[in-house]
Ligand binder design. Structure first.
Ligand code: TRP
Length: 511
């Protein structure tokens, strides 16, 4: 096979922006942002967050967009063009790192489906009796994660992913065109309701009052930069795959800025809705990200059902529905990025690739969702523990490592100048100047290296890598969960990426 089949393309710039922002807007915006802000002291978070957006988020968005637009190929092939085999390896490494993320992301979405279904009933919305320390929402969640039906939900979420990417960008475009506006509508409805909670406004004020003393902590900065990467879908290889199917004569810098703006404004208003709700009901402030989504927010909703009745219940139903569609329009983007990379390298049919991805993805998600394997503590599953540990590496470190490497490869091979020229030639609004190259070559890698170095140092200083020595017991046998997550992540990404780089692709026409 030597002919390249003409690639499908997005039908319009707006269709593309909706799809790209559908990828960007996800669980990250609705819950992880608020949970991180909460964890790092509310008002302490958004200044580092905005700095991260300006210094790294927007320039990298433009770079990843420009790369795909310029080379018209998925992430590994685009990087190979400028960085040789090493570049291709980095591209695959990014996509495999993201594939691990999508596996547990789908597991989380399956739990969202469980909560959504549960939100129609009344068990999820119980309130504890006075003096009773139980937490009905938490009990509901753990009950669900330990039930076999959750595997069916994992299957449903994967099936929906396959359905949406089955025809590539055209089917993605027609679905996200509908889902993204719907997400905005739902979010606005939730905010209006959130602000009617009388004391909710206090929470919003807290979110926007900067606290400078907490910013001395490197963890706050890593939290903010990590959030920007995850939220904007940077370091996944997604945006490059998306723009590789974008027609000529598109104004890339302004398209990249619109996408970033859509994403971050959604994140901010989601923060307002959630902080308003939490403050009104004063529910447990120190929530983990998943705790925030699965029992803290639901607990707030349960309180409002007690006082407002059916209207609040609808709020609950809509909240989980919103999470589901926002998450789905994100997970499909990685399936597409992986599919596009495999298609561009091996020239195999899309349907075959998507089927393989779904089967492997389903197995991975099922491992994270496995209901019968309980953590030694007997309340939570091993999958949930592994999810937490794995997320620390894939999300907390993986994405930023890729950010550093892509900047170095593209900055120092001269690619950034070529890509900038081709963007400038077709941009009617913004012309990128020399500063852009300086950011990519120097500033972004330096900032990210310092940040990762400091975080690693802080982590080791506190007694070792994240939960490295944590063991959980499975029916009496000990499992080194912390080590398994770390070495599992490192081995799977590296070995798979190496294999995909070294296996020869189809013969390519000369460029
Ligand atoms: N940007 C998404 C969010 O904020 C995250 C995301 C995008 C993602 N694409 C993904 C997660 C693919 C997993 C897999 O939630």
């Amino acid at each position: 096979m030597s002919e390249t089949t003409p690639k499908e393309q997005w039908s319009s710039r707006w269709g593309f922006i909706l799809a790209a922002s559908g990828s960007a807007i996800g669980l990250g915006n609705i819950v992880f942002f608020s949970a991180n802000a909460y964890k790092y002291g509310a008002g302490a978070f958004y200044v580092p967050y905005l700095i991260a957006l300006l210094v790294v988020g927007i320039p990298l968005m433009i770079l990843e967009f420009g790369l795909g637009y310029h080379s018209r190929e998925a992430f590994p092939q685009s990087l190979r063009r400028f960085g040789g085999k090493g570049g291709e390896f980095v591209g695959w490494w990014a996509i495999i790192n993201a594939t691990i993320i999508v596996m547990y992301y789908v597991t989380i979405l399956a739990w969202v489906v469980g909560m959504f279904v549960g939100s129609f009933g009344s068990d999820l919305w119980q309130l504890p009796e006075a003096g009773d320390t139980s937490n009905p929402q938490q009990d509901f969640f753990f009950g669900m994660t330990q039930n076999w039906y959750i595997l069916a939900f994992v299957g449903i979420v994967w099936a929906l992913n396959v359905l949406i990417v089955w025809k590539g960008v055209s089917s993605i475009e027609s679905v996200t065109k509908f889902l993204v506006p719907l997400m905005w509508l739902l979010m606005i409805a939730l905010i209006i309701q959130g602000l009617t909670f009388k004391t909710g406004f206090e929470g919003v004020k807290l979110l926007f009052t900067p606290q400078f003393d907490v910013m001395k902590d490197a963890a706050v900065w890593r939290g903010a930069f990590g959030q920007i990467f995850f939220s904007l879908s940077l370091g996944f290889g997604i945006m490059t795959a998306y723009t590789s199917r974008l027609s000529r004569n598109t104004d890339i810098p302004s398209t990249a800025m619109s996408t970033s703006f859509m994403n971050c404004s959604f994140e901010f208003i989601a923060g307002i809705a959630i902080f308003a709700l939490l403050f009104h009901f004063a529910v447990a402030p120190q929530a983990s990200t998943l705790g925030m989504m699965f029992w803290v927010v639901p607990q707030g909703i349960a309180h409002s059902i007690a006082s407002l009745g059916i209207a609040a219940k609808i709020f609950g139903i809509l909240f989980f529905f919103l999470l589901l569609i926002a998450g789905l329009s994100s997970s499909i983007s990685l399936v597409e990025a992986l599919a596009a990379a495999a298609i561009d390298k091996f020239g195999i049919s899309r349907k075959k690739v998507v089927t393989i991805i779904a089967v492997v993805g389903l197995l991975g998600s099922a491992v994270f969702a496995w209901p019968a394997l309980l953590d030694g503590s007997k309340t939570t599953t091993i999958g949930l523990t592994m999810l937490d540990f794995t997320d620390h590496w894939t999300f907390g470190y993986g994405l930023m490592i890729i950010g550093i490497l892509e900047c170095l490869i593209l900055g120092w091979s001269g690619a950034v100048d070529k890509v900038t020229d081709s963007m400038n030639a077709e941009s009617r609004t913004l012309q990128l100047g020399k500063v852009f190259g300086v950011m990519i070559r120097w500033i972004i890698p330096a900032v990210l290296i310092i940040l990762l170095g400091l975080s690693l140092y802080e982590e080791l200083d506190k007694g070792g890598l994240y939960n490295f020595d944590t063991e959980v017991s499975v029916d009496g046998t000990k499992l080194s969960a912390g080590k398994l997550a770390f070495f599992g992540w490192l081995t799977i990404t590296t070995v798979t990426a190496l294999a995909l780089t070294l296996i020869p692709g189809r013969k390519k026409e000369e460029v």
